[in-house]
Design a protein around this ligand. Structure first.
Ligand code: DON
Length: 572
């Protein structure tokens, strides 16, 4: 059964009174007292407030913040990548999802990254022109502005154009991410010119200008979708990528469209939660986690037994991700089964209460980098409109390739496909046919922008982190459901399990020595990480307290910006 059928299916489940997936309308009595914006870069957060001040709504601000991040945080996302925009409109309670995920070029083939013996050549799917899928973010910006914004696109793009022309401040995060991709960036002359100084990262605090991206944004400001997908921008991208051995054609650009989809909706503890549908795996996995864990009396569990069931739930939903999920426009997925509480009950019953289940013992197909790329931002305006947006170029600086004259890196999102069944991608994720490469297909994503519409609390949450995004959003959302603050949710140390590799990773401080030993004794392979991961951005409107809190992950505290401003401050 396809996704489009799931509402009907879940509505039937709703009649049984077990769990509801029927979209409900939740209208705020009156708007929040303040607007909140949390993004991975202060300069982008400021741009969002500038647009609110000009009379824009949260969706105009989302367009402005997204475009600004393309300029000031080029390592994480941008006009050469894609993203998901999850939006909630206050006046009619509508929630919607703009899928601006990249698509495989029409000339892509299933075997394009395999060598003569059928083994994936990872270098080709992560480095340079061949690694890139057709960008979707520009189409997403235009669609969000046209369908949901109040201001003309031109106005929402203006601050990003100004940052590119007048200069933005190079951050500690920009510089640190160059470290991962310096050698590869050096092989693309246009990338080196933009992002390297004497083959090194530019000094932190330096003012950086990018007139090329300003011109691309100006074309979009003037011509909308066509300003990117036709004419000078499309020509420069296709020529630059082709000259470097990539497969892009003008036809790919002509055909690219963002897609508006119904978000995934579920209820947990009487609260409405909206999240990302396929081609993200995030929402389905998130529902699975809550469905499995909702059947345990978690509140009465000690810490180690609770960690035990959480890890087992993570293992099981990532297994399903690897087997079943892909682009909904290409594959038929058992969505109703995956969302069903009965299915979750079966998975729950398969959890041994004292011992780890080895991943290899589950029926199915037989070292993950830290995640700081990709960018999430969350916005709530004073009318109660909410935007949760996650956008990406995949690995730091994407394919580390810039087509001459464009001013932005292109993504290496092709690596999110399963190059070969069972062979892990850059995040250690494995996949099956459902996520095999096909022309025009969207690679499966883990990006999980999520909106909580509770009676007392409204929040937007999300973050980068590759495969870890889903478990991160799950842990953060659980804390928000538990009454914790936005700052607590973004700060708490995280744990992660993703089925394969079959180990439990944890951030420094997430687990005590005793907990690690106890989990070890239950049969878990523990893989504590040396460095933290993620860069979560949360806004939270607490209706009972009458407060709006915007919290940016403290892991990058000098760079990110989480701020709320009262109505009088915005409309002074
Ligand atoms: O769409 C995805 O799931 C990945 N391309 C996200 C990559 C990411 O989060 C990078 N940050 N670590």
């Amino acid at each position: 059964m396809t996704l489009t059928n799931h509402v009907r299916v879940t509505a039937r489940l709703a009649l049984l009174g077990i769990i509801f997936f029927v979209p409900t309308t939740l209208l705020a009595d009156s708007g929040p007292p303040a607007a909140g914006i949390a993004s991975a870069n202060k300069q982008a957060t400021a741009v969002g407030f500038e647009i609110l001040q000009q009379g824009g709504n949260a969706f105009d601000a989302a367009v402005a913040v997204s475009a600004a991040l393309s300029v000031v945080e080029p390592e994480s996302s941008g006009l050469g990548g894609g993203g998901f925009f999850l939006l909630h409109r206050a006046n009619d309670g509508k929630s919607t999802f703009i899928d601006a995920r990249e698509k495989a070029p029409l000339a892509a083939t299933r075997e394009m990254y395999l060598d003569a013996s059928g083994n994936p050549q990872r270098g080709k799917s992560v480095n340079g022109a061949l690694a890139a899928a057709i960008p979707g973010l520009p189409a997403g910006l235009v669609m969000v502005a046209e369908r949901y914004g109040k201001l003309p696109l031109k106005q929402s793009l203006a601050p990003a154009i100004r940052l590119a022309r007048n200069g933005y401040v190079w951050s500690a995060k920009n510089a640190s991410m160059i470290g991962f991709r310096k050698d590869q960036l050096a092989t693309s002359p246009a990338a080196a010119k933009l992002f390297l100084r004497d083959a090194q990262a530019p000094a932190v605090g330096q003012r950086m200008r990018n007139p090329d991206i300003a011109r691309v944004l100006e074309r979009m400001a003037k011509q909308g979708h066509r300003g990117y997908y036709e004419g000078a921008t499309a020509d420069a991208l296709v020529n630059g990528v082709s000259a470097a051995g990539g497969l892009w054609t003008l036809e790919d650009f002509k055909q690219y469209q963002a897609v508006e989809r119904e978000p995934l909706h579920f209820r947990y503890l009487d609260q409405d939660i909206y999240t990302a549908p396929p081609p993200s795996s995030g929402g389905i996995a998130l529902v699975g986690l809550f469905n499995i864990l909702g059947g345990f009396p978690l509140a009465s569990f000690e810490r180690v037994p609770r960690l035990h069931v959480e890890i087992e739930a993570m293992r099981r939903v990532y297994r399903d991700r690897s087997i079943y999920l892909g682009d909904p426009d290409f594959v038929t997925m058992p969505i109703d089964m995956l969302l069903s509480p009965y299915y979750a009950a079966g998975l729950r019953a398969s959890i041994h209460t004292k011992m780890a289940t080895p991943s290899d013992s589950l029926p199915g197909i037989s070292a993950t980098p830290e995640g700081n790329d990709t960018s999430h931002f969350s916005i709530i305006d004073t009318e109660g409109n909410v935007a949760a947006v996650t956008q990406s170029v995949n690995l730091p600086f994407g394919a580390a390739f810039v087509a001459p004259g464009t001013g932005f890196v292109i993504n290496n999102e092709m690596d999110d496909f399963s190059l070969k069944p069972g062979v892990p991608n850059a995040y250690g994720l494995i996949g099956e046919d459902a996520n095999a490469i096909a022309p025009g297909k969207r690679p499966l994503s883990s990006m999980t922008p999520t909106i909580l519409l509770g009676k007392d609390r409204v929040a937007a949450i999300g973050g980068p982190g590759g495969s870890r995004i889903i478990t991160m959003v799950f842990q953060g959302l659980s804390m928000l459901l538990d009454g914790k603050t936005a700052l607590e949710a973004v700060s708490a140390p995280r744990i992660h399990h993703q089925y394969q590799p079959d180990n439990v990773s944890s951030e420094p401080g997430a687990l005590s020595e005793a907990e690690i030993a106890a989990l070890n004794a239950r049969g878990y392979t523990m893989a504590p990480a040396e460095r933290p991961w993620g860069n979560m951005q949360v806004v939270l409107w607490d209706k009972r307290k009458g407060t709006v809190e915007a919290a940016s992950d403290p892991r990058w505290k000098a760079v990110g910006g989480g701020e709320s401003r009262d109505k009088d401050m915005i409309f002074r």
